[in-house]
Design a protein around this ligand. Sequence first.
Ligand code: HAM
Length: 420
Amino acid sequence: MSTFTAPKGTYDLIPPTSAAFLAVRDALAAPLRAAGYGYVETPGFEDVELFARGVGESTDIVTKEMYTLTTKGGSELALRPEGTASVLRAALEANLHKAGNLPVKLWYSGSYYRYERPQKGRYRHFSQVGAEAIGTEDPALDAELILLADQAYRSLGLTGFRILLNSLGDRECRPAYRAALQDFLRGLDLDEETRRRIEINPLRVLDDKRAEVQAQLAGAPLLRDHLCEACRAYHAEVRELLTAQGVAFEDDPRLVRGLDYYTRTTFEFVHDGLGAQSAVGGGGRYDGLSEMIGGPALPSVGWALGVDRTVLALEAEGITLDVPPVTSVYAVPLGEEARKVLFAVVADLRRAGIATDFAYGGRGVKSAMKSAHRSGAWFALVAGGRDLADGVVQLKNMESGEQEPVALDAVVDKLRSRLG
Ligand code: HAM
């Protein structure tokens, strides 16, 4: 081991488990790619102000969890704690919303950073696959995204998750609700910090996990009972579309997300096998975010699914993904001459699209065959001086152990037909 270890709250993805992680990432993105979402990639850092304004000045993410830095040039940057503000910033900057094709549908996959207290399922560096549908107000779009996430999890074989659904209202109805909630909360027996939160962000108090706080919240007014007619109708249609698709969800009138930009539809995918960090994904509508970061009115909706937690959910359900071995063929040269010849055969196989590896380092046949087995290859190609003199290599089926000579110039075709 070296003197250095991965920073606190982070971990490395290394073979062989990294293959499953990659497969999960692909599976989460696949339904998006099949539903008209285009790939977007933004920088790992942004102007700190983008997140302060976008995610919200009073959120934990902005006040406590951002990795911020000042560049030598004096710019104030932050490692991205989430993707939505960045993706919307990028879409606005490229004028994608003006191309006359709304909604702008984008998907992304990458690393995010939050200075959180590390525990199982909660890391300081984590991975998300996300989707944003920008510029359209349509309950079918909200339903589409929830449906696609549901499909993504199910494609991995997951069944132990639940969908929590809520509406957070809009700028018409939320202010009156906020005031009613503040009135209620001010009458409770709460500590100083929570009292301050009542004035800045009262909805977050509903999300307080402490039992003594929750006990007092039993009679708190619910946004559900304060929605304006437009929000009520919108939410009813989202629910109706999901129900018609057979997507089971639970109404959770207390669901408050950790980011301030949400309006109307909000949802979370929770997995019951994960303990405290049970949210495997979440999202919702953010109709005001574009204006908050200086853009035009662009009602939008999106989600992000946590790759790390999805992997943990698979473990919790005892699901092992059937990840095929990356190497199909493993070449084992016996001697210096064979090394050169087989090296060329390996290059030919790779050009033909056959995943092939090679026993480097001039090792003995025993050690090289061990590597061939470990690689998961279906076939080994073994050649020594006598084989080369006959113009052949030995093709060995790794499963059955059967071996047959194949003419050098027929190896690619032979393996192509054998591997289907
Ligand atoms: P979020 O709920 O903050 O939403 O994160 C989405 C998912 O990322 C979580 O459900 C969780 O699975 C994963 N996640 C978050 N923090 C951590 C962590 N510290 N360690 C491991 N996994 C974590 C957002 O980020 C929004 N941008 C989602 C969205 C997109 N809303 C609209 N569009």
